[in-house]
Design a protein around this ligand. Structure first.
Ligand code: PLP
Length: 370
């Protein structure tokens, strides 16, 4: 047994896991009302009103949700500008291209946030761009992108704004309406602290209505999924019942914790403590402090002759925690996530384990310049 210091799936509570011990029927009113309650409460978490927005649940992992939005919203005469500063931005561009959509990619360094000024230049230069897609918390590096600044530019230009809020939604407070987001996607196994199995999308209704008939895929059709679910809470195809029950419990527990502000504070404090402890060991962050997000942190691999990530990973895992390999392409790094059912004590403990590993296995503390 070990706790996950990874950015989803993440460590859930026993009470969330226990919800999955029941086999629930999908077509009865009980079950449909659970779906409806989840949809309603997701809107509250996004600070939006039912008169203007709606929530759709979609089977599959987070990528299925992003693919559903992009393939349903970007029509054949439309064009999407994807701001890419990590693997998830690249994935959004790839799935759009693979679906035959018109795509322009604004590539940014993985250690930099997409610049709103550059986005405006793209939009000014190419009026045929109708949609802008970007990632909020780019889990590849842990950077928190500026959706407010980019959203402002996108809205001024009158374009549709799609945000992958997968690893930030409910872990960072997002005022969806104020920012001007038309579609924001997240999934059950990220900051709401459920288990993997479905994604959810908060949609501006006026934009969702334009999706009708656009999607080349039957199962990922966002409009059709909404139309069926909107009637009485029925999912179009078999829904992940156990995951839905666990998610409903996770939503309750989020409320009990004190809502997004309390959870965001816990995550932020976990993150700051982790960075402090790693710096004391001489391990630096890949992202600078001004742009580091509170979800996951990329650390440079210590510059020691005998350092091995695989060995360190095993050492830490044996003592109760699973960390993450690096994903940025331009440096040797590893990642530690701090979301899920993770508290200060866990961060202190994993930091102690890492410190002990360096002392025992690498002959002392690391000194490096980032
Ligand atoms: C987790 C995540 C996704 C979804 O990835 P899946 O493997 O489909 O769950 C998408 N975007 C970001 C930023 C993520 O962190």
């Amino acid at each position: 047994m070990y706790k996950l210091l990874t950015p989803g799936p993440l460590t859930t509570t026993d009470t969330v896991k226990e919800e999955m011990l029941v086999d629930h029927c999908t077509w009865d009113d009980d079950y449909k009302s659970i779906t409806q309650k989840i949809r309603k409460e997701l809107l509250e978490l996004a600070h939006v009103d039912e008169s203007e927005y709606t929530a759709v649940l979609m089977q599959g992992s987070g990528t299925f949700g992003v693919e559903s939005v992009v393939t349903s919203s970007v029509g054949k005469d439309d064009k999407i500008l994807v701001c890419e500063n990590g693997a998830y931005g690249a994935r959004m561009a790839q799935l759009a291209k693979q679906a035959g959509k018109n795509v322009v990619v604004y590539h940014e360094e993985y250690s930099h946030v997409p610049d709103a000024k550059r986005v405006k230049e793209y939009l000014d230069a190419d009026p045929s761009i109708t949609h802008v897609g970007m990632i909020h918390s780019e889990t590849t590096s842990g950077i928190l992108n500026d959706i407010e600044a980019v959203g402002k530019v996108v809205k001024e230009a009158g374009k549709t704004f799609i945000v992958d809020g997968m690893s930030s939604f409910a872990g960072v407070d997002i005022d969806v309406k104020a920012i001007g987001i038309d579609f924001i996607i997240s999934s059950a196994n990220k900051c709401i602290q459920g288990v993997p199995g479905f994604s959810f999308i908060i949609c501006k209704k006026s934009e969702l209505m334009k999706c009708k008939g656009n999607c080349g895929s039957l199962s990922l059709d966002l409009y059709d999924q909404w139309e069926t679910m909107q009637k009485d809470g029925k999912w179009r195809f078999t829904s992940p019942t156990h995951v839905v029950l666990a998610f409903a419990k996770a939503m309750e527990e989020l409320k009990e914790e004190g809502g997004i502000s309390a959870r965001a504070k816990r995550y932020r404090e976990n993150n700051q403590l982790l960075i402090r402890r790693m710096r004391a060991l001489g391990i630096e962050t890949y992202i600078d402090d001004a742009h580091q997000g509170p979800i996951i942190t990329t650390f440079f691999t210590p510059k020691m002759d005998n350092f091995s990530f695989a060995e360190m990973y095993e050492y830490i895992k044996k003592r109760g925690y699973a960390i993450y390999p690096g994903k940025v392409t331009d440096a040797d790094t590893f990642r530690i996530g701090n979301i899920g059912e993770i508290y200060k004590e866990d961060i202190e403990k994993v930091s102690d384990i890492i410190e002990e590993y360096f002392e025992k296995c690498c002959g002392g503390l690391v000194r490096q310049t980032a």
